[in-house]
Design a protein around this ligand. Structure first.
Ligand code: FAD
Length: 324
């Protein structure tokens, strides 16, 4: 039976260390629990937000409201990775990286199914040990599989969608369903899933399947090490942050402009409101340097957006999810 926890503080559930008390907190350890959750949700009559690793979230705290107006469903399903060789058939709708390797005549592919609560660093370790390429850009990110698919996370010109082949979802009207590539739309830090042509509102990701080109283990290991070194030199990876606060805006030629560079030019690096500050190392990372408050984080986000709009006439959009 699912255990409800009341008045649970969320501060320690986010990597930035911000978050007040939720009236209801439920942790899901198995896909079977979803039906019980659906019944509970309709009885309680309060919306539930889905929590993964909490690495892309800024949640309201007591500086904004006494109690959060939503419950939390923590998707922490962790099962063994299921792994099998994949025989590619060009007629199938394959992930882009697989198509590219097939065009080059590559023949070795591996398919993995990974549950939503699986930690990305652990998945990358598996990929490194088995020579599976495609996710090397995600090194150094403290997130879980479900959140990574939901956000279509990526770095260094690659995204999780490059190797994603299928997602298992719980939806309150459909129960547990599978969405293949034709039922997904994945774009810059966004994902949508469809059932019979209709977009699913609030889909809950339970697991995902991937197809990886298989390479020499050292190639994958070296790519990861190189990316990690670059991140260590350019990002505050050990500070309490929620990753990049803003998405990179797109210019009129369809090219991405670095939000970090715009913020740096606008003098935002190191700017502080109480214990919250834009990082000295990368201006798009908002750091909690002590007992930070969400109100101060939001004030800084607004200062940054105003400055960039005034100076460059560019609207910045948050990449972090604000839960208020
Ligand atoms: C140090 C650091 C570095 C980072 N670097 C990068 C980077 O290089 N590239 C990048 O893209 N991001 C980066 N991020 C941001 C973050 O790690 C990603 O957005 C990540 O994908 C979020 O995953 P999560 O499990 O932490 O999700 P959460 O932060 O818990 O949730 C994020 C969103 O996903 C939804 N969600 C979570 N789990 C599920 C589920 N099972 N089903 C449905 N929806 C779900 C949540 O409701 C929320 O809307 C970084 C963050 C940190 C702290």
């Amino acid at each position: 039976m699912l255990q409800i926890r009341h008045n649970m503080a969320l501060k320690h559930k986010t990597t930035i260390g911000l978050g007040g008390k939720t009236p209801y907190y439920l942790c899901i350890k198995s896909a079977r629990d979803m039906l019980e959750f659906a019944e509970l949700e309709s009885k309680l009559g309060i919306p539930f937000n889905i929590l993964g690793g909490g690495s892309n979230l800024i949640i309201a705290d007591e500086s904004l409201c006494k109690e959060l107006p939503f419950g939390i469903l923590d998707i922490d399903i962790v099962e063994e990775i299921s792994c099998r060789p994949f025989i590619a058939d060009e007629k199938e709708m394959l992930p882009p990286l697989v198509r590219e390797y097939l065009r080059r005549g590559h023949t070795h592919f591996t398919e993995l199914t990974v549950s939503a609560g699986y930690k990305i660093p652990k998945l990358l370790q598996f990929c490194k040990e088995n020579g599976l390429t495609g996710l090397e850009g995600l090194v150094g990110i403290p997130c879980r599989l479900g959140g990574t698919v939901a956000m279509n996370a990526g770095a260094y010109q690659t995204e999780i969608s490059d190797v994603l082949s299928q997602v298992e979802i719980f939806h309150k009207n459909h129960g547990i369903i599978k969405c293949s590539r034709k039922d997904m739309e994945l774009s810059y830090r966004q994902s949508s899933f469809f059932c019979q042509g209709k977009k699913l509102e609030n889909p809950i990701i339970l697991s995902a399947s991937f197809i990886f080109p298989q390479l020499d283990k050292n190639i994958v290991k070296n790519k990861m090490e190189k990316n990690l070194l670059t991140k260590k030199n350019t990002q505050p990876i050990h500070a309490r942050t929620a990753g990049c606060a803003f998405k990179n805006p797109i210019n009129e030629n369809g090219e991405k402009i670095s939000a970090g560079l715009l913020l740096d030019k606008a003098g935002l690096k190191n700017i502080k409101v109480n214990a919250m500050q834009f990082s000295k190392i990368h201006a798009s990372f908002l750091e909690n340097t002590g007992d930070g408050k969400t109100k101060d984080a939001i004030e800084l986000l607004n200062i940054a957006k105003d400055k960039v709009l005034t100076l460059f006439n560019i609207h910045l959009e948050e990449e972090v999810k604000l839960w208020k």
